[in-house]
Design a protein around this ligand. Sequence first.
Ligand SMILES: Nc1nc2c(ncn2[C@@H]2O[C@H](COP(=O)(O)OP(=O)(O)OP(=O)(O)O)[C@@H](O)[C@H]2O)c(=O)[nH]1
Length: 306
Amino acid sequence: MGFFDRISEGLSRSRDKFKEQMNVLLDRGPDLDDEFWDGLEETLILSDVGASAASTIVENLRDQATRKALPDAYAVLDLLNDQIADTFAEGGERVFDEDAAIVLFVGINGTGKTTTVGKIAKEATDAGRHVLLGSADTFRAAAIEQLEEWARRADVEICTRERGSDPASVCYDTIERAESTGADLVLVDTAGRLHTSADLMRELEKVVNVVRKRANMPVYTVLVTDATTGQNGLQQAREFDRALDLDGVVVTKLDGTAKGGIALAVSHELDLPVLKIGVGEGIDDLKDFDAHDFARALIGDFDKRA
Ligand SMILES: Nc1nc2c(ncn2[C@@H]2O[C@H](COP(=O)(O)OP(=O)(O)OP(=O)(O)O)[C@@H](O)[C@H]2O)c(=O)[nH]1
């Protein structure tokens, strides 16, 4: 199944929610009055795209409606998908397209960091890259074994230390190993932590700083966020970005959530490109992000004139 079919299936609940609210708004007629614009903004906010993205989208559509003398709400809705796509931050290609890079995966507990590292390892190996995994999640007992299992499935090497070890030391070992083996994509799994825990966030900052100082290739920090958490994901992203200066975001669990709009909220408000999306638990359930397909899957098409 291609990206669009997969994401379209996954986001059907988000799309149904949006459609239902839009239909209520359109029932009063297609006039481009203040009630329509306010209603559109509210519908977007209720779809979890965030207040900032919703306001940008409506402002730009209003501007286009005036410039192009659009006749009615349906003409505006024809432009909505493109406008949503344009509201995503751009520039994520470099993270996985560098000749060599270290990518650290961070986020709160259970968002899918380990799973995402495993999926990316497989994808990158299949594309001919020399991948090395680092298990800096030394906190959770099963995390090391879980990543080892993913390494086995993806057929890549992994650096680990026993549970309770200093995560920064694991990163050191991993970088040394990458240098000696010539690995060109190093994926580091870190322990999940609440963005509200100052101690744990400081620990993560230390790990990232150690890697940035020691590494001889570009270092990227990527937030793994779970779409099912909705608006809470935005607050998490703010805190992780403040602490680590993130480079991008992977949005997981987009299969079957009504809160898929959160991907846009995080990307737009924090200017973070969406690098990949997770649409299931399997090794192949990771897709490259395509803003236009995503917008189409989130909103659907609106042709009620017929
Ligand atoms: N449906 C679905 N489940 C996912 C996806 N990504 C991960 N999961 C599931 O989410 C659960 C948590 O995934 P992990 O990879 O262990 O999460 P983590 O962030 O490493 O967890 P901690 O190390 O405890 O913070 C597992 O059951 C995964 O199978 C996805 O895209 N869709």
